[in-house]
Design a protein around this ligand. Structure first.
Ligand code: PLP
Length: 391
C-alpha cells in the first residue's frame, strides 16, 4: 500500500464527516437540565453524601438498563473493585479478562490482591475470543469440587470479566456458557457500553454483576462516577453498604460492621447524571448516525474499514473505530501522526495489559488476536454532536 496516499485519503474522509477545525475524540455536552439540577444542589446545600439525586439517578439507571438494582459510586474503577469483591474474588485468586482493555479492569482486580489472567480478543466483536478461551480452559484448568483451578499456578480462577470494547457487546451467550462449564462468576465491565444491547438485553445485566462508568469521555458523564448493576437484591444491598463505609443506619451513632469504602457518588455528580440520562437516547441515536456517515465515507477506501456492531447487537458506538487491514504499526502511526497534526484527535487502542510494567509477569494465553487489533485499531472523533452541524 502507498502509505502517503492512503493517509491523505483517510484524513479527507474524516474531514468530510467532521468538518473543519480542531476536533476532539469525545466531548461531553451539557445542553439539558444540568445547570438547573446543579443549582438545586447548591441552593439546598445538598452537594455531598445526602440528597435526592443519588436515588433518582440509580432509579433512572435501573429502568434504562433493565437491571433490578443500580448502585452509583465515585468511578467505574471503584464499581469494578466492589463488584469483583461481591462476586467472591479473594486475594491470591485469578480473574480472567481481555488483555485488550483499559487499565482499570486489571487494576480493580489487583486492588483485591487477586491476579489478572489475560485472554485473547477477536475481530468480530473486539471482545474476548470465546472459542479460544474455551479451548484454553479445557487444556489448562481442572474442575475440583465446584472450583476452577489453574493447572500451572494451582490458583483458583474465580471470575471472568468481559469488556464491551468501544461499546460493542462481546459474545455474551458463549461467555455465559463458559462460566457455567468452568465454574466461573461472570462480572461484566460495561464501562463503555451504556445503551448497548445484546439480543435486545442491555449489556452489564448478563453477569451476576455489571459495572458502568460516567467519566468525562464516556457516553454520558457525571464528571467522574460509576455504577454497579445487579438483579440480586442481597448483592445490591451489600454494594450500597460497602460503598458507604459499611455504616449501620442510626440517628447519631457511628457504627460500622466491616471495613467499608467511601465510594458513594456525591449528590452533585448524581444531579449531572440525572440530566444526562434525559439526553441519553438522543446521544445514542446521533452516535449511530455518525457511524453511518463514517461508513459511507470510508466505503471507497481500500485497506481500512469502519467497524460495525456485531450480529444480533445494537451498539452505542461509544468510540468510532477504523480498522486497518494491514497489521502494521508504521501505517497506524502514520495515520495517528498526520491526523493529530491536522487537529483531528485520533487515538490507538490501549497497549495490551500484558505489555504494561505492572502486568508483564501476569499469566496470559497467547494473544495473537489482541496484538493484531492493537496494531490495526484507530479511534476516530466520536462526539454525538459532530454530525448535527453544530460544528
Ligand atoms: C472508563 C473505563 C473504566 C472505568 O473508568 P473510570 O475512569 O474509573 O470511571 C473501566 N473499564 C473500561 C474498559 C473503561 O473504558
Amino acid at each position: 500500500m502507498d502509505s502517503t496516499a492512503f493517509v491523505s485519503k483517510v484524513i479527507e474522509a474524516i474531514r468530510e464527516v467532521v468538518g473543519t477545525g480542531q476536533v476532539e475524540l469525545h466531548n461531553p455536552s451539557f445542553d439539558g437540565n444540568e445547570w438547573l439540577y446543579l443549582k438545586e444542589c447548591l441552593d439546598s446545600n445538598y452537594v455531598s453524601s445526602v440528597g435526592k439525586f443519588v436515588d433518582q439517578f440509580e432509579l433512572l439507571l435501573a429502568n434504562y438498563t433493565g437491571a433490578k438494582y443500580a448502585v452509583s459510586v465515585v468511578s467505574g474503577t471503584a464499581a469494578l473493585q466492589i463488584a469483583l469483591k461481591l462476586a467472591g474474588v479473594n486475594s491470591g485468586e485469578e480473574v480472567l479478562l481481555p488483555a485488550l482493555t483499559f487499565v482499570a479492569t486489571a487494576n480493580a482486580i489487583s486492588y483485591l490482591g487477586a491476579v489478572p489472567h489475560f485472554v485473547d480478543s477477536e475481530e468480530s466483536t473486539l471482545g474476548i475470543d470465546v472459542g479460544k478461551l474455551r479451548e484454553y480452559l479445557t487444556a489448562n484448568s481442572e474442575q475440583q469440587s465446584g472450583l476452577c483451578i489453574n493447572k500451572s499456578t494451582k490458583r483458583v480462577i474465580r471470575a471472568l470479566v468481559p469488556m464491551h470494547t468501544f461499546g460493542h457487546p462481546s459474545d455474551l451467550e458463549q461467555l455465559l456458557s463458559i462460566t457455567r462449564d468452568f465454574n466461573l462468576v461472570l462480572v461484566e465491565d460495561a464501562a463503555e457500553s451504556l445503551g448497548s444491547l445484546y439480543k435486545g438485553q442491555h449489556t452489564g445485566t448478563f453477569g451476576l454483576l455489571g459495572t458502568l462508568s460516567f467519566n468525562g469521555n464516556k457516553t454520558i458523564t457525571t464528571g467522574g462516577g460509576g455504577a454497579i448493576l445487579t438483579n440480586d437484591e442481597a448483592l445490591a444491598r451489600r454494594a450500597k453498604h460497602l460503598t458507604t463505609t459499611a455504616k449501620i443506619a442510626h440517628k447519631w451513632e457511628f457504627d460500622h460492621d466491616e471495613i467499608g469504602y467511601n465510594y458513594r457518588m456525591p449528590n452533585i455528580n448524581a444531579a449531572l447524571g440525572c440530566a444526562q440520562m434525559e439526553k441519553l437516547p438522543e446521544k445514542i441515536s446521533l452516535k449511530r448516525e455518525l457511524f453511518k456517515r463514517y461508513k459511507e465515507e470510508f466505503k471507497s477506501i481500500s485497506g481500512a474499514s469502519i467497524f460495525e456492531e456485531p450480529n444480533s447487537c445494537q451498539s452505542n458506538y461509544w468510540l468510532q473505530t477504523l480498522l486497518l487491514e494491514d497489521d502494521n504499526l508504521n501505517l497506524r502511526d502514520s495515520v495517528l501522526e498526520a491526523s493529530n497534526k491536522e487537529g483531528i484527535m485520533t487515538r490507538p487502542a490501549w497497549k495490551l495489559m500484558s505489555n504494561l510494567a505492572p502486568y508483564r509477569n501476569s499469566p496470559a494465553m497467547s494473544l495473537e488476536g489482541a496484538n493484531s487489533l492493537y496494531r490495526r485499531v484507530i479511534n476516530l472523533p466520536s462526539s454525538p454532536d459532530i454530525y448535527t452541524g453544530t460544528r
